[in-house]
Design a protein around this ligand. Sequence first.
Ligand code: CUK
Ligand code: CUA
Length: 639
Amino acid sequence: MKTKFKLLLTCSVAGLLLAGCGDSKKSNKGALSTNAAEKVYVAPGEYDEYYGFFSGGFSGQLSVYGLPSGRLFKVIPVFSQDPEKAYGYSEETKPMLMTSHGFIPWDDSHHPDISQTKGEVDGRWIFINGNNTPRIARIDLEDFSTAEILEIPNSAGNHSSSYVTENTEYVVAGTRFSVPIPQRDMSIKDYKGNFKGALSFISVDQESGEMDLSFQILMPGFNYDLSHPGRGKSHGWFFFTTYNTEEAHSLLEVNASQNDKDFIAAVNWKKAEEYIKAGKGKKMPAKYAHNKFDNSTHMATHTMKDEVLVLDATELPGLVYLLPTPKSPHGCDVDPSGEYIVGNGKLSANLTVHSFTKMLDAIENKKFDGDAYGLPILKFDDVLAGVVEQPGLGPLHTEFDGKGNAYTTFFISSEVVKWKLGTWEIVDRKPTYYSVGHLMIPGGNSAKPDGKYMVAMNKITKDRYLPVGPDLNHSAQLYDITGDKMELILDFPTIGEPHYAAAIKADKIMHKSRQIYKLDENKHPYVTKNPSEAKVVRKGNEVHINMTMIRSHFTPDNIEGVKVGDKVFFHVTNLEQDFDVPHGLAMLGANTTELLVTPGKTETFVWEPKQVGVWPFYCTDFCSALHQEMQGYIRVSPA
Ligand code: CUK
Ligand code: CUA
């Protein structure tokens, strides 16, 4: 085995050397635009042209940047707790992070995707996957906050997610690891033929955005890596790259990567819908969490589900076809027309492009190359649209500019290569600093990409920024792609590891900054709408403080009657009328968090006093000239 990893390692070192690692000034030559500063300068007070949403990788969050400036606006907490926003700490948001394995306040997020209408990004919602404890989150772009988290059962390593179909009919999840389905105690050595993959189709309510796990398709025990929806002519299909088609239980190279070709699995989800309608779905026990945030009560609810509808691909003809694709394909990218399906073989010297039209012809003429896995395998030459010859080393991901060009990242040779769809000729290549993973063009996963900018997201940063210890910042690089040649115009550091990103024209969503939570519509069970209604209520050893905040005081601000051993709930309502005046609340000795409450909202945290005394609390957000006066005391008496 070791050969594969050794090869990757040496090549990547060579790639770094080729790219001129260690001397960033020299290495920029030929890539950096001569008028880069002008192109990325957004004057003070001016707005950026695009919102860019970058996955937080192992931070579990989603960060919001302006493009082209590369300025960081916000980190939206999704799968991980965030004390800044009390997410996952406040009583209201804790249920968001519940799973069938209990409270999991962390995940590894890779791929954000913006909702679409008629193949265009529409800015209603953005979805992102949790890779580790398989989940998909929906972020509402009304208030840039996490509205829903759905756990994915029968899945492990939700990597090929969360891409949406062209009208957001579905958001789709895959499974990196095949596992026993249903989960049970069995020998790992019995993997082959017994472990299965599940591909999940999650419907999205077009009004509320609410997700629902419609059905899962049971597949052979491969690893399902990435996916992309069909669009235009291929709308109704979904494509997944696979590796380990050897079905090895240990991925030392001696076991996996033996097959010269793995597959892209082409899934006909319209056919799946027909089978479901015809009653071919089987109900199967499965435990998974479905958590939602309700904007009227300002509370999240956590519900456990116990069943899922399953279609077995090997039993239902016409549901799934396998397209041979060389050398452990990683990225799976469908062009804006829906005709070309690009499979990037990590260990391949060439790029393979499949033709959707040829695939349909081959299916119609039943030109199959056997069915080794109980699924029809198409012949490589029958579905091949073309090959990009020797474009670089270690291809990972491809995006499109909507003008007939494709852009592919090469991890090992550390570059982005621009090539033409249809002629497969290479027209430009530019180095990245260093070892690029994904790249992103706004609207990249849609029928209408916006071919102005391309962002390369790099895995190995080396010398780009002032060093801050050995865990260097990961880096994103912005290229102007309006001309024939790509031009590097900006570097900016990212939060966590930015696997993938999604971007949208700012004017499609920025009108949304306004009063979102209205006090008169607040249905939180502990809302206090007027300081005169503020009160302290004891229920056994629980003390509930219904508190208001408005510039520049809390009501009540002097609280007595609390004892050591009590559980004190602060239910705080922000009464401000201006939409942009949050107040904070922090309590000495509270080990939960602070709260940052936006106008019209109610939030809650718990304090369990351990020591007798008189303890202060204060507002954490500088809210007015009298911010420092916004404070109070709680007297704690012996139990
Ligand atoms: S990715 Cu997840 S390992 Cu190529 Cu989409 Cu970075
Ligand atoms: Cu309220 Cu500072």
